[in-house]
Design a protein around this ligand. Structure first.
Ligand SMILES: C[S@@+](CC[C@H](N)C(=O)[O-])C[C@H]1O[C@@H](n2cnc3c(N)ncnc32)[C@H](O)[C@@H]1O
Length: 205
């Protein structure tokens, strides 16, 4: 069984296999359009596509990842893009690390890929970092992708929006979005692919 730990991710970054566009995820752009910039936490930030974009929109961003290679690339990009003073890059493994309680106006995580056995605990921990009135946003590959573009991948890494919502602490959040959202992606060869993101957006009461 694959263990998606620091070594696994570092090998992906070292080999070039973990290579993201540098652009923000569609879900983040859509779901933060109506939010005033404040403090944000991006968990599993990778090379910083989402965190850098948030900083460019005026957010003050703490971004965490368990790959030091990814964090170093993200910090360099923050310098290049002129947002270093609004970003903080922090090494942490979110299966054990917890954000400060009720500290962030936005806690976001995109395509973190944590296995089912720890997913609920991770979401509960991230939810605890959301300030009153603040937003938790989770995006990951929807299980429907297993029948289309992600044949043969580990089903344990997939969850629906409803399954993500079920991990929230009872009564503390209003669920605004829990759905599969269709998206057009691109294969390595460049052809367009129909896929879907599982999206959870919830607001702390
Ligand atoms: C698929 S990448 C997504 C990167 C970025 N969020 C994006 O959407 O482009 C997943 C990232 O999560 C990080 N990651 C995986 N498990 C983690 C954990 N337990 N704690 C912190 N980061 C983790 C990996 O190192 C990797 O950078």
């Amino acid at each position: 069984m694959t263990v998606y730990d620091e070594q696994w991710w570092e090998e992906r970054y070292a080999s070039g296999e973990a290579h993201w566009s540098g652009r923000p995820n569609d879900v983040l752009v859509a779901e933060t359009a109506d939010l005033p910039p404040g403090t944000a936490l991006d968990v599993g930030c990778g090379t910083g596509g989402d965190a850098l974009w948030l900083a460019e929109q005026g957010w003050r961003v703490t971004a965490v990842d368990l790959s030091r290679t990814a964090l170093a690339r993200a910090a360099a990009a923050a310098e290049e893009r002129g947002v270093a003073e609004r970003t903080r890059w922090q090494y942490a493994d979110v299966t054990t690390w917890a954000p400060p309680r009720h500290a962030f106006d936005l806690v976001t995580t995109a395509f973190l890929h944590v296995p089912g056995g720890v997913r609920d605990a991770v979401i509960a921990r991230l939810a605890a970092g959301v300030a009153p009135g603040g937003t938790l946003l989770v995006a990951q590959h929807d299980p429907s992708d297993l029948h289309t573009v992600r044949h043969g991948q580990d089903p344990d890494l997939f969850a629906t929006g409803e399954q993500l919502a079920a991990a929230l602490p009872a009564g503390e959040f209003e669920v605004l979005v829990a759905e599969a959202r269709p998206r057009m992606g691109r294969a390595h060869e460049g052809e367009h692919l129909h896929m879907a993101d599982a999206v959870l957006r919830a607001r702390r009461r």
